[in-house]
Design a protein around this ligand. Structure first.
Ligand SMILES: [Zn+2]
Length: 672
């Protein structure tokens, strides 16, 4: 069996087949005397009876006991704790290990020169007394180096912000840029600063953007240019195994070339106080009690020193064998920027509770039609590294077998938001319909969003063409006001993020129950008619002839889009999808053949040679937005070609997209 590949490193089986230990922690206790499950109702009822707030609390308190940045011993201990917890339930686990280029910081410093020299703190107040290097206010994949130059303030550091500085007569070339975090990915801010000629970046969180964030915290984070590709920077497209061919850091296009680090808002205010020059406009200025001049300010010396180590990472994998190797994969990362009580262990706790529910079903004699794989990913915070390496490693297993990928990350009490491949949205609605939102006592009402990049679904969807779901909750940005700081601890998780942990168990029931139903469905509920509608809307939104003044300037009509091929392909997809969706009603159909077709249909969107300029990203219907760095850009090649007003590129992108849609339609042929 192919699954065994996963277990080689660990020298143990991966399957949850052993008896659970009787002497178990409360949060690992599996009901072993439940009656046998023979119906879908019994299945759903037993699964939903398992997750509890008490178990979630115990898990989060243990997993978030210490800061555990990827690559450190403390993070390895968290992997072991996850393995112990699942082991107590009776799961046999595998680990998948890789060696990735993952530097850790050795030294950070900021000295302000000038008349009254002073030093800025480069740790968080909460870290006082702790000297471990992972507690420094650093950004992963910062360049190492010392820069001595005047400082400028450039707001979010977008191209438009640097243009405003230029207009005000402030030269950014060779300067240190003080930037506030904002609505775009920090790596995209660094890249933008590099393009503007900045020599270093100092980040802080402005209270205008996050009014409730404690001003003595920093928001750490990676600056990897992962809109080019995520994962180990030195082994794009292949698993970072010991014998993998590795590039040199200077050869890759995902590593920032300038030093980057963080200060708290309190420290940023001290720096803003000494920056002179033109006044920032109200759009550029923030909410600190500081003058917000654009600069140049005094000369400051920024020193960032990271080591150049390749470090081991390990994913923890559990497998529940179904009757078929077709598989539903669920995952969440376990590494953190600090204690990580919410990000990620609200999600880790939910995933462990899902695993406990699955063990209860297993012990009650239930075996799903399809296999369920659970992954606890390492080094997500550095750039979705554990999940990316695993997807690259398991490509041959995933391509014929993966039905869907479910991702969890930070969970706070709040309304349900699901980043969703269109084919899976109807299934999410059906699951939500039968769920209970503890806030209302009524079913969850999912709001859907497009899947950009930024957590562990990235490789599954964009590289491997696996229909994906990102389950999150949301009350708008800025509400997780201790994100990536040392204040994200168990107290915060159980009081501010999810008071008394009333929400996470309900979330685990919803997400796990939805995975169980998908894994056990007689007819897979994937709806490619919804994909067809989504594609048609996306094409219309880009079509110059369908012109709308509300569109962003770079997408305004200038070049003609010939829709003929696209419309023909869409008609074929609609027809094939309609036939597939009628299968459950049809007598004499072949569910096995149609299920097999639906399992692989999404792979039809993959371009084997990848997107133009970004070959690791292969999904022709959706890709990452390189300007925002987190968001989705639908029909990425066509959007880029239309934005570039390049008729030849538009024709090529149109052909490639039409061919992809036709491949998806053809994949659904067995559904008749
Ligand atoms: Zn996370």
């Amino acid at each position: 069996m192919r699954w065994l590949i996963l277990c080689v490193v660990a020298a143990v089986g991966c399957r949850g087949e052993a008896k659970p230990k009787r002497k178990a922690f409360e949060d690992a206790a599996v009901p072993i005397d439940a009656p046998r499950v023979t119906t879908a109702e019994q299945r759903d009822a037993l699964f939903a009876s398992v997750p509890t707030a008490k178990a979630v609390r115990g898990l989060i308190e243990r997993l978030a006991a210490k800061p555990h940045v990827a690559g450190t011993k403390a993070n390895e201990d968290v992997a072991k704790e996850i393995m112990r917890t699942l082991g107590r339930m009776g799961w046999k686990l595998g680990t998948a290990q890789y060696g990735v280029y993952m530097p850790l910081p050795k030294r950070l410093a900021i000295h302000v020169r000038g008349d009254k020299p002073f030093e800025l703190a480069v740790t968080e107040a909460a870290a006082a007394g702790e000297s471990a290097p992972e507690l420094l206010a650093w950004n992963a994949y910062s360049a190492s180096g010392t820069v001595s130059a005047p400082v400028v303030y450039a707001s979010y550091g977008r191209a438009t912000d640097f243009a405003a500085l230029k207009q005000a007569g402030v030269d950014v070339k060779g300067k240190v840029a003080l930037l506030r975090y904002g609505p775009l990915y920090r790596g995209a801010q660094v890249a933008s600063a590099e393009r503007a000629g900045a020599a270093a970046v100092i980040f802080y969180v402005d209270p205008e953007d996050e009014p409730t964030r404690p001003r003595d915290t920093v928001q750490r984070g990676t600056a990897l240019y992962y809109w080019q590709y995520p994962g180990d920077p030195l082994t794009p497209g292949v698993p970072a195994s010991p014998d993998a061919p590795r590039k040199r850091p200077a050869q890759v296009d995902v590593l920032p070339k300038i030093p980057v680090l963080n200060v708290t808002a309190d420290e940023a205010a001290k720096l803003l106080a000494v920056i002179t020059g033109p006044q920032a406009s109200p759009e550029l200025a923030g909410g600190l009690a500081a003058p917000y001049h654009l600069g140049p300010g005094p000369v400051i010396e920024v020193a960032v020193e990271l080591d150049t180590e390749t470090r081991p990472i390990r994913n923890v994998i559990a497998i529940f064998d179904g009757k078929s190797p077709h598989a539903v994969v669920l995952g969440n990362h376990y590494d953190a920027w600090g204690y990580g009580a919410v990000d990620p262990h609200s999600g880790t706790a939910a995933l462990i509770e899902i695993a406990r529910g699955l063990r209860a079903l297993q012990l009650a004699g239930w075996r799903p039609r399809r296999t369920i794989i659970i992954g606890f990913w390492d080094a997500e915070e550095m750039g979705m590294i554990g999940s990316t390496e695993w997807v690259e490693d398991q490509a041959a297993m995933l391509a014929p077998n993966a039905v869907a990928y479910f991702n969890i990350d930070s969970i706070k009490a709040g309304p349900l938001v699901v980043g969703a491949s269109p084919a899976l949205r109807e299934h999410v609605r059906a699951c939500a319909h039968d769920s209970v939102d503890p806030a209302t006592g009524k079913p969850f009402e999912p709001a859907f969003e497009e899947l950009g990049i930024g957590s562990d679904w990235t490789a599954f969807l964009h590289h491997a063409g696996i229909a994906s779901l990102q389950w999150r909750t949301g009350k708008g940005t800025g509400t997780f006001d201790v994100w990536h700081s040392l204040r994200d601890d168990a107290t915060y998780a159980g009081t501010k993020a999810d008071p008394d942990f009333a929400f996470i168990p309900a979330f685990a029931k919803l997400v796990g129950g939805c995975a169980v139903r998908l894994a056990d469905a007689e007819y897979l509920p994937l709806r490619y008619s919804e994909t067809a509608t989504w594609l048609a809307d996306a094409i219309t939104a880009l079509d110059p002839d369908a012109g709308s003044e509300s569109r962003p300037l770079h997408l305004r009509p200038t070049a003609k889009l010939d829709r003929t091929k696209l419309d023909l392909a869409l008609a074929a997809l609609r027809e094939a999808a309609t036939r597939a969706e009628a299968m459950p009603m049809k007598a004499g159909g072949d569910p096995a053949a149609c299920n097999g077709a639906l399992t692989v249909a999404e792979r039809g969107f993959l371009a084997p040679d990848g997107l133009v300029g970004r070959p690791w990203y292969r999904h022709l219907a959706t890709g990452p937005d390189p300007e925002n760095g987190y968001g989705a850009r639908l029909l990425p090649e066509l959007a880029a070609a239309i934005a570039a007003k390049d008729a030849k590129a538009i024709a090529r992108a149109t052909d490639r997209l039409a061919d992809a849609i036709t491949r998806v339609a053809a994949a659904l042929e067995p559904c008749r």
